[in-house]
Design a protein around this ligand. Structure first.
Ligand SMILES: [Zn+2]
Length: 198
């Protein structure tokens, strides 16, 4: 069995964006340079893991029965914006240009990476479409081959039976970076420049 330090380093290394050296540096920071911060981190991680979960309605992060967006009675309930991830949703919220509801896919279709429809948050999307009466569904999915395939699938397999206007956000978004890296102005104009999809 590996020692405690090794084990922590291995755990950190598995986090996105951390290589061997960064993991080692973080482990040293937590245990040697700032040992008092390691307990605080462990406590907040445990607490967050206990209370934070995906919103059963939309997939956003939430700590209650549903997320702050779904619970907000002042939102426009006729608009549904489909995004790939929670960071995308948060960028849209920071840009402040959208006041409808969201649906977070938790990814996009990518056969190469083993992501098929069953890996995405799609079951609840169909249920919401049946239950709610959205007037417009905005596809705010990235502008690459996988994003296009995802939009096509959503349109054909889920949205087609419903009398709803389907739009796709305009792009001036940085290529490859997508929504999380776009500034508020770019996001706002991408949303305003949305066009009818199909
Ligand atoms: Zn929600």
């Amino acid at each position: 069995m590996a020692g405690a330090f090794e084990e922590l380093q291995q755990c950190l290394k598995r986090l996105p964006g951390l290589g061997h050296r960064s993991a080692e540096r973080l482990a040293l920071h937590l245990l040697v340079e700032k040992p008092e911060s390691s307990r605080e981190l462990a406590d907040s991680l445990r607490r967050a893991a206990e209370v934070v979960h995906p919103c059963p309605e939309c997939g956003n992060l939430c700590e209650e029965a549903c997320c702050a967006v779904c619970a907000d009675g002042s939102r426009n309930r006729g608009l549904l914006c489909i995004v790939e991830s929670v960071p995308d949703l948060r960028s849209m919220e920071r840009a402040g240009a959208y006041r409808g509801l969201y649906h977070v896919l938790q990814g996009k279709l990518s056969p190469i990476h083993g992501v098929g429809p069953e890996q995405l948050n799609l079951a609840t999307l169909g249920q919401r479409m049946e239950r709610e009466s959205f007037s417009e569904v905005i596809l705010a999915v990235s502008n690459d081959i996988e994003g296009e395939a995802t939009c096509h699938y959503l349109q054909e397999e889920i949205l087609a039976p419903f009398a709803v206007s389907i739009t796709r956000i305009g792009f001036g978004l940085p290529s490859g970076g997508g929504i999380p890296h776009a500034d508020a102005t770019t996001l706002r104009s991408a949303l305003e420049g949305r066009r009818r999809y199909h």
